[in-house]
Ligand binder design. Structure first.
Ligand SMILES: Nc1ncnc2c1ncn2[C@@H]1O[C@H](COP(=O)(O)OP(=O)(O)OP(=O)(O)O)[C@@H](O)[C@H]1O
Length: 880
């Protein structure tokens, strides 16, 4: 265990001899032994011993010492006002942080001030706005399995403590639940004891009290969100995961009412949605592109949301596209209506820009951390609601009409905040200036008294000058002595009797009068009481708002859905998307485009028709557009099931149950057994789980092994999917033999990517005739395009010719490298025509030897390219 966590040995050794304050520290370290304890001392958070070393190192603050009767301890601290960024740094460094605050007024305390941990900040339970990304959910997840008869069932629950979103779902295998978990991309995960930490996760893994996973304890815990937890969850695994997670959330949020906004547990039924595992999400570039960044992604293209609520919902919809056609059509109807009603759409989007993140605001209110500005922000959002309702008044589609009917503007709450809170209040809620005039008579009276008192004092100087005849008499105020009347020394004779001396200065004396004193006390008392009363009134208002949490959450849901629908409509109009038809048995897309690649390129649209033949083998040279084509089919299908329009001029689609992708291995040229093993494991999952209703994308399956094996595997996979599974499948391959399957199997068609021009026209000057058209066409591509690509990449002409020669020898034939199909009877090119091979003398002898030994048939295309590249380097080196 990290020595910075738990009670420091150096202190614990002193047992009862420790000072009371250090005893408190050690006890808190003991209780929160998985977190680094930050211990409030006045205006600082301090850490001691090993924890101090961590704080000093990570936060770059001085390591000092604290000395007491028992010894000298290393100490390091950070000012409370910069705590948020310090906590963030510690979280980034992999620590959880327990914030121990003084929970008693230092002046009122007898003995040592009482301290308690008010928050345990962990990556998955952060609630501070500064530490949260605005439009993204921040989940902590919990994994558990079923006990007893449900064995073999696994569940994952997630909660976003900042918004109160709380979900649970299950799967019937470890892999399945792993996929679920990856889909949520949690920042932190709590594992049930039975996993014994053996899930290899990307996020922080937190051990948690095994008792919380007991079925009974979990059920009791869930009663705060569901009166009969069993009615919401499907099995014990879900009960344990959700219950233990709520217990963990409570462990981190110790303030009263801190979880009041976690009001409901939503169960996601896996059968309700289109399944997309993490591999599919990644290879399709939904949330992150292959290089791991979040630009050039589908989300990036779609995210034209107006508010954070909408963005989070858009992400949720993309993560969980629907399978229920009625629900999809309902979304599509709404999007369609908004694409036509451009005024309504733009007005709606405009209004939604004024909507604050009320989901998080509700969380802040229920943690009793909301200040007056937060409440005003809430009111600003509520002010927009009637306008949104008005904007939607003419809409017909069911979702929009229902949203309009559901929109509860919480007029009571809005009225209350409007009456109670000033328009531009300060952030501090204890120092007055928060409650509006007219809201509370007592407060107004106190304020009037204070004001009158101040006015009386303001007029005092004038009155006293007149009364005493001392023109230089002045009235002032200072922190120490309060109000005073100042008279310069030459005028002291004229000072009236009732003046009492308060202070003597070099050239003057300061006095007060009984009336001035009385007024002063009155002003002070009234202001203090007014501030205190304001604070109390504010808390009452906040309490009242907190009581409306569920209505506010319902409003947030409706606004979020409206924003997402308006966004999808906006994106559809901007990018010329069309409404997909989802009542078909197979996929037929006209002029389909890749929503991300089409940005910033002259994109060539392509058709796809997989109705008669549901399996397409796609050939074509590298870089011709095979992967893009396959991905665009999957993305169009995904978008359709999200309820979005799609980039095509027409899309007739089925509703699919799952999208499988095995793409992208081309970036991984490491080869070797482990890659091949992984490829085969993934393939097993596809063959095992795919159904007739699935969409399967396979890219160069089998390439991790020798050509013979690879080709055999690819063929067997094709036959299996074709004969047994019947899934709609796109299979990109370099194995030309596979293309022949199109003739052998009824349900397989062969497509290829065309290349324009005659590669033989290349004269080595760089003006080769080959251009990628990115157009898909019937039939298979010529096998020698790989070599043409090598030529385009700059491999010397002589090597290119030699490669062509070798291919011809290996295959026993030589094909012209044109984009014609492999029709029999094509003119054969004479093999080994050395006269075109250029200056053979320029080839280093060892390269010739290497070429002669090359067993082309046993190389994968990428390996062949790598070998060509090595050869090219030899030439370059020789030339230099
Ligand atoms: N329809 C298209 N219109 C315009 N550009 C396209 C199109 N399809 C693909 N491209 C561009 O061509 C490049 C290569 O595409 P892609 O990666 O799909 O080829 P590939 O045949 O799968 O190649 P490899 O076999 O090497 O994986 C991409 O960078 C893309 O920008």
């Amino acid at each position: 265990m990290d020595a910075a966590l738990g009670p420091p040995a150096a202190m614990a050794d002193h047992g009862d001899d420790l000072t009371p304050m250090m005893t408190q520290y050690v006890e808190l370290c003991e209780r929160y032994d998985d977190a680094l304890v930050l211990f409030q001392m006045g205006d600082f958070y301090e850490a001691f011993c090993e924890a101090a070393e961590v704080v000093s190192r990570e936060l770059e603050v001085a390591l000092t010492q604290r000395e007491d009767s028992t010894g000298t301890y290393p100490m390091a601290g950070v000012p409370i006002r910069s705590a948020a960024s310090s906590v963030e740094t510690l979280l980034d460094a992999g620590y959880r942080v327990a914030v121990a605050e003084q929970v008693e007024d230092a002046e009122e305390a007898t003995g040592v001030v009482d301290r308690a941990v008010t928050r345990v900040v962990t990556p998955g339970t952060v609630v501070e706005d500064e530490l949260l990304a605005p439009g993204s959910a921040n989940y902590v997840a919990c994994l558990a399995s079923a006990t007893g008869e449900g064995e073999g069932t696994y569940a994952v629950a997630v909660v976003d403590v900042s918004t109160g979103e709380f979900r649970v779902t299950s799967a019937d295998s470890r892999e399945g639940i792993r996929d679920e978990l990856d889909r949520f991309a949690p920042k932190e995960a709590v594992l049930a004891p039975e996993f014994d930490g053996d899930f290899d996760l990307d996020c922080m893994v937190t051990p948690h009290d095994p008792d919380a996973f007991e079925v009974e304890a979990a059920r009791e815990r869930l009663e705060s969100v569901a009166s009969r937890p069993e009615a919401v969850v499907e099995n014990d695994a879900e009960l344990r995961a959700a219950g233990a997670l709520l217990a963990y959330a409570a462990h981190t949020q110790t303030a009263d009412g801190a979880l009041d906004h976690v009001t409901r547990l939503t169960r996601d039924d896996p059968r309700d949605r289109l399944e997309l595992d993490a591999t599919a999400l990644r290879s399709l570039g939904v949330f992150e592109n292959p290089s791991g960044s979040d630009d050039h992604t589908l989300l990036d293209v779609l995210d034209e949301t107006s508010c954070a609520l909408g963005r989070r919902t858009l992400v949720r919809w993309l993560r969980r596209p629907l399978r229920d056609r009625e629900r999809i059509e309902a979304r599509l109807d709404a999007v369609a209506e908004l694409t036509h009603a451009s005024l309504v759409r733009e007005e709606l989007r405009d209004l939604l820009r004024d909507v604050y993140d009320i989901e998080r605001l509700v969380g802040t209110v229920s943690r009793r951390r909301a200040n007056a500005r937060d409440l005003r922000a809430l009111k600003a959002t509520l002010d927009v609601v009637p306008k949104i309702r008005e904007t939607l008044s003419e809409t017909d589609s069911a979702l929009l009409a229902d949203s309009r009917a559901d929109l509860d503007g919480l007029d009571d709450v809005r009225g209350l905040i409007g009456r109670a809170i000033r328009e531009e209040p300060p952030t501090e809620i204890t120092e007055g200036g928060v409650i509006a005039r007219g809201f509370d008579d007592d407060l107004d009276e106190l304020r009037t008294n204070a004001r009158e008192g101040r006015e009386w004092v303001e007029g005092l100087e004038e009155r006293e000058r007149e009364r005493t005849g001392i023109d230089s008499l002045s009235v002032g105020h200072n922190e120490v002595h309060g109000f005073y009347i100042e008279v310069t020394n030459p005028n002291l004779d004229a000072v009236p009797e009732e003046y009492t001396r308060r202070q003597t200065l070099k050239n003057s004396e300061r006095f007060y009068t009984p009336e001035l004193k009385r007024r002063e006390d009155e002003i002070l008392g009234a202001s203090e009481r007014a501030d205190a009363r304001e604070h109390r009134l504010f808390r009452e208002v906040r309490e009242e708002v907190a009581g409306e949490t569920e209505r506010l959450q319902a409003l947030a849901d409706t606004l979020a859905a409206l924003d997402t629908l308006a966004t999808l409509a906006h994106v559809a109009v901007e990018n010329r998307y069309t409404r997909p038809e989802l009542d078909h048995d197979g996929v037929a897309i006209r002029d389909g485009r890749h929503p991300v690649v089409e940005r910033g390129t002259e994109f060539v649209p392509n058709d796809v028709d997989l109705r008669e033949e549901r399996f397409a083998v796609i050939t074509g040279p590298n870089m011709s557009g095979k992967s893009t084509y396959m991905r665009q089919v999957a993305l169009i299908q995904l978008l359709a099931q999200v309820g979005s329009f799609v980039p095509a001029s027409e899309a007739k689609l089925p509703v699919v149950d799952r999208i499988f992708t095995r793409i992208g291995a081309s970036d991984d040229i490491a080869g070797g057994e482990s890659t091949f093993m992984r490829e085969m494991t993934e393939l097993t999952a596809v063959l095992h789980d795919a159904t007739r209703d699935s969409l399967v994308l396979l890219d160069e399956v089998g390439r991790g092994t020798s050509t013979t094996d690879g080709e055999a595997i690819a063929r067997a996979v094709t036959e299996f999917i074709h004969d047994e599974v019947g899934a709609t499948t796109l299979f990109a391959t370099h194995y030309h033999d596979l293309a022949r399957l199109g003739d052998e199997l009824d349900g397989v068609r062969t497509l290829h990517f065309a290349v324009e021009g005659d590669p033989d026209a290349g004269d080595g000057t760089g003006s080769d005739g080959v251009t990628f058209l990115h157009t898909v066409a019937e039939g298979s591509a010529s096998a020698s395009y790989g070599i043409e690509v090598a030529r385009l990449a700059g491999v010397p002409e002589s090597v290119v010719e030699r490669s062509r020669d070798l291919v011809a020898r290996e295959t026993g034939s030589s094909e012209p490298a044109t984009d014609e199909t492999d029709e029999p009877g094509e003119e054969q090119r004479s093999a080994g025509d050395e006269s075109e091979a250029g200056d053979e003398a320029a080839i280093p002898p060892e390269a010739v030897a290497e070429l002669r030994e090359l067993r082309v048939a046993e190389l994968t295309p990428v390996e062949a390219l790598v070998r060509l590249d090595t050869l090219k380097r030899r030439f370059d080196d020789q030339d230099n």
